[in-house]
Design a protein around this ligand. Structure first.
Ligand SMILES: [Zn+2]
Length: 683
């Protein structure tokens, strides 16, 4: 099942950011007024006005080579790495059976099955045999669709995506959502572009598939033919898939219909068979997010021979489960997705991979054990206070906007006042009773956990909106804004040093976590989020004039980022990254205002390490984005990630903020400040 909440916007790409892990105790490292800002990692020889990223991070960048098992290394990865060790301990204790807590039993058994390398090696691809036999037995289109439904239930996603999620235009109800999908490469462009790099990746994808089919016993000729068939089929799906930029328009992914309408659009697809296969007898109204895609999928179901479909389903199963199988498959999968696509040098050790897998499959069980040790009420209270101050600063900033009319301002306040905030971990833990996890087959545990999750999501249909649900696990080092819920969510994992410290200098906390809070809040008002109202409905609340003025400003930030050229001939895609860039700029501005307000109430030392509060604020922000990235990963991010590379997330907003030039007294040629109409000023 595809990720719910598909308009959800995070501070980092979920693609690169760690399906997993976090943090040390707030209590164990707390000292009075500790500075999160790390002056020892700065390069004071760099000019803050012209080389701010290096000034704030120079020594860190020099002294922290990317670990061999990572494609990038950042402040977020530091937290992740350090805390994986803590989670390893939790999982090991649980696996040894010393903890009778139900979550511990689940995590312990899952971990033990994943660490049982001898058993996993012995099994080879055998865990897939029952499903492969069913695929092999398909004789007609009805059975094919039935099998697609069965695979979707197991967390394998051939052909298209299906989930139950909020109706974007009536956010008070859940409806089934059908989305484009079915691709093995990271984006449609990988199938269609003709430059040398992309062609090379496609050739390697073909040899990876050929190798994998070999593991199922295909001869090399048959395996090569199968690989070519899969690539041809996926390419046809890619051609009718929306681009990443098109997907940022929520209207483009909204087409309300029902079973009859769906059947009219796609005459050859036996949808009743599909829905009964997934366990939905009455789907009711349905969002066909991408009708053009489904029309083509329907044609393909009619024209592509059944044997090729069976090959494609085998491929989807094999590729999805590869990393839970024996080392030959794990290595082949890593060689392509890790090395070729992301530039990672070495496979992560088994324990890290198993923890990531538990995080993805039953992450809240692990979260329950994690927060008991690593997240206290004082951290929650500290963040709550920052959220309050940042919301107040946002309100104040809106009230002073010259370009926005009073009518739209009133609606903005309404949205701002309604935004929900979740901090740390869910109020009610997810109930995993009914999920059978044992110390036997790791691949079987994953299949059962996927099916359990599928059923959990399916059961939402017809029920009231679950306001308690979390789209990230508590240990995740990330945060998000969800427009259909009008909520922002900060897992315990991101509220850890060096990203947040309950006793830190406020300038450092506001520059770091404060800017993240501002970022998520601004997502409700970026080019995409602004199209949703206070209740989470996709419904315009803007006057036409204000909308026009907003779009002009959004265009300016697009142009600013289009100019950046991080590698080869590749530029940042201003349109793809607009929402995140608007959020970064808005978040930084309102966090600074909030800091200044809070210092009026609780004055701090004027200077620490020779830096004023404003200077420390900007340095802390730049330090939160410190990172190194491999070239391959950078290329993939530029093609697929709505976030700009980290360095540009630091320097671009500063070029639009007179407050920065003032803080570091940047004048004349040394001032990075953009002039006149080029300076972006939105929120
Ligand atoms: Zn974001």
């Amino acid at each position: 099942m595809s990720t719910p909440q598909f308009f959800k916007r995070s501070i980092l790409a979920t693609l690169v950011s760690l399906a997993c892990m976090s943090a040390p105790s707030q209590a164990q490292t707390a000292t009075s007024n500790q500075l999160v800002l790390e002056s020892s990692t700065m390069d004071l020889k760099a000019d803050p006005c012209t080389q701010f990223f290096e000034y704030a991070n120079g020594l860190w960048l020099k002294n922290n080579p990317i670990p061999a098992d990572r494609s990038r290394y950042s402040a977020y990865d530091e937290v992740t790495e350090r805390n994986m060790i803590a989670l390893k301990k939790i999982a090991e204790t649980a696996a040894a059976g010393h903890d009778q807590h139900r979550a511990a039993q689940l995590v312990g058994a899952f971990y033990a099955s994943g660490m049982n390398e001898a058993q996993i090696e012995k099994e080879g691809v055998r865990p897939l045999d029952p499903t492969l036999a069913k695929i092999n037995a398909i004789h007609d289109k009805q059975q094919l669709i039935s099998m697609i439904a069965a695979l979707h239930k197991q967390g394998v996603n051939p052909l298209f995506g299906f989930t139950i999620d909020q109706d974007a235009k009536n956010a008070n109800r859940y409806i089934p959502q059908l989305m484009q999908g079915g691709l093995g490469l990271p984006d449609r462009d990988y199938y269609l572009k003709t430059d040398a790099k992309t062609k090379e990746i496609r050739a390697k994808y073909l040899s990876y598939m050929t190798q994998m089919f070999g593991f199922l016993g295909d001869t090399s000729e048959v395996a090569a033919k199968n690989a070519a068939d899969v690539l041809a089929l996926e390419t046809r799906l890619a051609k009718v898939s929306l681009t990443k930029v098109e997907l940022r328009d929520p209207q483009a992914s909204y087409h309300l219909s029902d079973l009859a309408g769906l059947q009219k659009l796609t005459k050859s697809t036996p949808w009743a068979t599909y829905f009964s296969g997934v366990g939905l007898t009455q789907p009711g109204q349905i969002n066909i997010a991408h009708p053009k895609f489904f029309a083509e999928a329907d044609r393909l179901l009619d024209r592509v021979p059944l044997d090729q479909w069976k090959t494609y389903l085998r491929w989807e199963l094999l590729n999805t489960r590869a990393s839970a199988l024996s080392s030959a498959l794990v290595n082949a999968h890593f060689d392509f997705y890790g090395k070729t696509l992301a530039g990672t040098k070495e496979l992560q050790p088994r324990w890290k991979r198993v923890l990531a897998s538990i995080d993805a499959q039953a992450g809240e069980a692990m979260g329950e054990l994690y927060v008991a040790q690593f997240f206290g009420p004082e951290a929650k209270a500290g963040v709550q206070e920052m959220v309050m101050n940042i919301k107040a600063a946002m309100r104040d900033s809106i009230s002073k906007l010259e370009w926005m009319s009073d009518v739209t301002k009133q609606q903005s306040y309404k949205k701002l006042d309604t935004v929900m905030v979740k901090i740390g971990y869910p109020d009610v833990w997810r109930d995993y009773s009914g999920l059978q996890i044992d110390k036997g087959s790791y691949a079987d545990n994953i299949a059962r956990a996927s099916e359990f999750e599928f059923k959990r999501v399916l059961a939402k249909l017809g029920k009231p909106i679950d306001r308690n649900e979390w789209g990230m696990t508590p240990q995740t080092v990330n945060a998000y804004y969800n427009p259909t819920m009008n909520e922002m969510v900060f897992p315990a994992g991101i509220l850890q040093p060096p990203l947040y410290h309950v006793n830190a200098d406020p300038a450092a906390n506001y520059g770091n976590t404060g800017a993240t809070i501002g970022h998520e809040l601004t997502h409700g008002f970026d080019d995409e989020g602004r199209q949703f109202d206070a209740q989470g409905n996709l419904k315009s609340w803007w006057t036409p004039q204000d909308e026009k003025k907003f779009l002009l400003r959004a265009k300016a930030i697009e142009r600013q980022f289009d100019e950046f050229n991080p590698i080869d001939q590749l530029h940042i895609n201003g349109k793809l990254t607009a929402g995140e860039n608007i959020a970064d700029l808005g978040g930084l501005k309102i966090a600074l205002q909030a800091l200044r307000q809070s210092l009026k109430a609780k004055p701090q030392a004027a200077e620490i390490d020779g830096l004023t509060p404003d200077q420390r604020f900007f340095v802390a922000n730049a330090q939160s984005f410190r990172s190194l990235i491999r070239d391959e990963m950078l290329r993939m991010k530029l093609a697929t990630d709505p976030h700009a590379p980290d360095k540009y997330r630091v320097i671009a907003p500063l070029a639009n903020m007179p407050e920065f030039a003032e803080a570091f007294q940047c004048k004349g040629d040394r001032s990075p400040l953009r002039q006149g109409a080029k300076r972006v000023n939105i929120w």
